[in-house]
Design a protein around this ligand. Sequence first.
Ligand code: FES
Ligand code: FE2
Length: 383
Amino acid sequence: MSTQTERRQVMPIQAYTSEDWFRREQRELFSRVWSFACMDEDLKQPGDYHCVQAGHTPLILLRDRENRLRAFHNTCRHRGTRLLEGRGNLGRAITCFYHSWSYDLAGRLIGVPHEREAFPGLDKSCYGLHAAKVATWKNLVFVHPDPDAEPLDRWLDDFPQKLGPHDPERLVEVADVLYRVRANWKIVIENFIDGYHLFHLHRVSLGDGDFTQQKWQPAGRHWTFYRPLKPGIYHNDQTLPVVHGVPSNYGAGAYVLFPNLALYETATFWLTFHVLPLAAGLSQVNVRTRANAEALQRADNAPTEIKELPEHILSAKGPHAAMRLNLTDIHPLRSDNVMLEDIHACEAVQHGMQSSACEIGPLSTYETSLPFFQRQILDFVPA
Ligand code: FES
Ligand SMILES: [Fe+2]
């Protein structure tokens, strides 16, 4: 049966609930594929850095003195200490806090305290930081722990040719929201690619969509999707203008760059939806929305402040981050908020899967993307 017509769950349930499986995925999947790191604009100046977790491999992404992006393994060549955390600017060098070995932004070891008496005969040229691989597609930056990894272009396959008319490089960021979801990362991605729940869970919040006309196609290991609006419906958003070059009756394009970066676009915005697995039953989702620059002027019309964050939202930044989020006392299923509805569903699936009686039943013709996605994972982490 081809991957596009298969209609049964192929992933075992313990893959969503067991910490052992989670560790295997970290080692055998996320440490062996290209990982989304950040947007190119997040590293503006020489010395700007961003720590990235590729499975359980900690990496440093930085902009060097020549303005090039570089990636290194985040481990000191002296005793292995993790060198950096979070993000920031390094100035001219990375200095280990433990014994102050220091490395330049090309990763060369340039300073060893007490070098002459403490390390007689040391050849510093042998102890540069271990390189990792970095590559950019549009304004999205990816890293790979293996410096000899296959090129990002090859990994993307024909994904770039199957995208909508949006150009994220010409858009500006208008919202950056971080969510915590008490569900396995695969449940979050499977919810994203499930075309069946659109008719039901989102019948009000996405009421303008013509879901009977939805279509998905694979692109290498990745997933691409489009669904139009109902006939006669056009975007008329009070806060976000229609994106230049995109027709105002554009429905929704959705994409998953395997394994855990999703993209979503409508007539008025384009966003990255990055799912970071934290534990078998816990994920973090970072949603960053981009729109035409005029959206910044219209930000005056947008609610600017979220009085009380719903419990799943860890942080919300940007002039349009408050859009439809000031709804704290409303149950997610009555919130008319797609993300809160989806989080509620993902957590309910995770909870249901804890039952010893749980078995996954037949899948609909609108869910054939699920076994396709699951088979991509099983190629790396066999059952
Ligand atoms: S572990 Fe980094 S300087 Fe000692
Ligand atoms: Fe959804």
